[in-house]
Design a protein around this ligand. Structure first.
Ligand code: AMP
Ligand code: MG
Length: 486
């Protein structure tokens, strides 16, 4: 495997160089008959990738070639899965190709998912199917479009190779890009193995690389962990505000940097259902939508335990106290914005809870309700939103109180509407939308994927209102069962 493509991109492998204890060098296993299926041009531009045929035709997208400076490694980590210690996990099918050094400063990991077996593959085949690759691609770009911290997706490659799941499916590879793939599970791994020195080295590497402003602070481990706690709380508060259920919040899927990571059987809510379980093999509902805030704290407690050699129990507890305020601030800010409430009022929470109660009773569509509210807020009776509710008197009673509350705001109605439309998306990545893009892509047609991707990049655009993508889901779309196999 040679670096045929000589382009202006610079890659390093700092992780492998500095933390050899936490990875193994592994070459990707190319996908037979591989080809680039879809490139995220907007992200490619952000990363200053040249828009050349040479790069497009490169085999890097499907594991057949390495760009200059890439030195692939599989990372090792451990974790708690569904509340139980699972021991060593690690990248069973993904490789950190290297860190691209950005012309603007800083670096990003390029991670090739579906790249073949690694020492951590256990019983797995090291592969990923097109279906799950496309779901991860769309979800990460949807999250980014919603302004929520996430790993990104640069490319989808596919090939002639079939991968056996419940049935044989087209294999695929994703290039995932992130500031870092550091996971809670990396620290749990070292703690469990009692590799005290390596754990300290990893903490120092993390601070120097991603929290350089803390490097010289005497209390740096505390400040660092408190920030991890806050970032996690903020991310989960934001998930709750858009109706996102991650589905597999195991500690190995928790990013140290507070990025949404490892999209599997996730779901964006259609009907408002607080108990929504995105993952159909989560029989107990551990990762149900409404449990995510509690699970986030449980996961942070596992990380705190792993850091107990660096910080006293008192300091760890003090840092963990930052979780709830961060989550509530992020959630509160988004929910107040969704309602168009900017001045403080002690009754606002009641107003929101009453709306949620009504929505749950009527199975109102989460995204559509708030989008229509953005248009209806300044109408007398509730405009199109009113028509969505069967129990009109209940809706009218709530809407009258809402309008009275809006009367206490000083913002002018036009500005309020603009702001509400900028926080209440016209569409989210509903499971059935992803499924339509998958079915077409499996037949070689990427136009559905391309138009969905374009819409998700700016889900607030007004031209989307009235488009098919912004319509409430068809009944079959609500009942889709998403396979956990990936
Ligand atoms: P996930 O639920 O996708 O986060 O995966 C959990 C663990 O299983 C990770 O260590 C993955 O790398 C590994 N894994 C998942 N699918 C495969 C596969 N097909 N082959 C090898 N390892 C896998
Ligand atoms: Mg994972």
């Amino acid at each position: 495997m040679t670096a045929k493509v000589r382009i202006s991109m610079k890659f390093e492998q700092q992780w492998g160089h500095k933390l050899p204890e936490l990875c193994s060098e592994v070459a990707p296993t190319p996908l037979r008959g591989g080809r680039l299926l879809y490139l995220n041009r907007a992200l490619a531009d952000e990363l200053a990738l040249p828009d050349t045929e040479t790069l497009q035709k490169s085999a890097v997208w499907w594991g057949g070639e390495l760009l200059a400076g890439m030195r692939p490694v599989a990372q090792v980590y451990s974790g708690h899965q569904f509340g139980v210690w699972a021991g060593q996990l690690g990248d069973g099918r993904g490789l950190l190709l290297g860190e691209q050094q950005l012309p603007t400063g800083g670096s990003v990991d390029w991670h090739l998912k579906g790249a073949g077996k690694t020492p951590y593959s256990r019983m797995g085949d090291g592969r990923a199917v097109l279906r799950s690759t496309l779901r991860e691609f769309l979800a990460s770009e949807a999250m980014h479009g919603l302004g929520i911290a996430t790993t990104r997706a640069l490319s989808i490659a596919t090939g002639e190779e079939l991968v056996q799941r419940e049935v044989a499916e087209p294999g695929a590879m994703l290039i995932r890009v992130a500031q870092s793939h550091l996971r809670f599970g990396h620290f749990e791994h070292l703690f469990h193995r009692q590799q005290v020195e390596v754990l300290k080295k990893l903490a120092d590497y993390s601070i120097e690389t991603f929290w350089p402003e803390l490097a010289c602070e005497s209390d740096r481990y505390f400040l660092w962990f408190a920030d991890i706690v806050r970032r996690t709380g903020t991310m989960i508060g934001q998930w709750q505000s858009v109706g996102f259920a991650h589905g597999v919040m195991n500690t190995d899927n928790m990013s140290l940097l507070g990025l949404t990571l490892d999209y599997g059987p996730y779901a964006f809510m259609d009907d408002y259902q607080p108990g929504l379980i995105g993952n159909h093999s989560d029989y107990q509902g551990r990762y149900a939508f409404e449990n995510q805030p509690t699970v986030g704290l449980w996961n942070l407690n596992r990380l705190a335990h792993a850091l107990s050699g660096l910080l006293s129990a008192d300091k760890l507890k003090l840092a963990l106290k930052e979780y709830e305020p961060a989550l509530m601030a992020a959630w509160g800010e988004r929910m107040r914005g969704k309602l168009g409430l900017y001045a403080a009022d002690s009754q606002d929470n009641d107003l929101l809870i009453e709306l949620f109660t009504l929505m749950a009773r009527e199975k109102a569509d989460y995204t559509r309700t708030f989008r229509l509210l953005s248009y209806a807020a300044d109408s007398d009776k509730g405009g199109l939103l009113r028509d969505d509710f069967i129990d009109r008197p209940a809706f009218e009673s709530w809407f009258t109180r809402y309008r009275q509350r809006l009367g206490k705001e000083t913002i002018d109605p036009q500005t309020r509407q603009t702001r509400m439309l900028a926080i209440n998306p016209a569409l989210v990545l509903r499971n059935y939308l992803a499924q339509e893009a998958i079915s077409a892509a499996e037949q070689g047609d990427t136009t559905v994927l391309a138009s969905l991707h374009a819409a998700l990049q700016n889900p607030f655009a007004q031209h989307l209102d009235g488009s098919a993508l912004a319509k409430p889901p068809p009944e079959w779309g609500k009942q889709l069962v998403i396979s956990c196999s990936s």
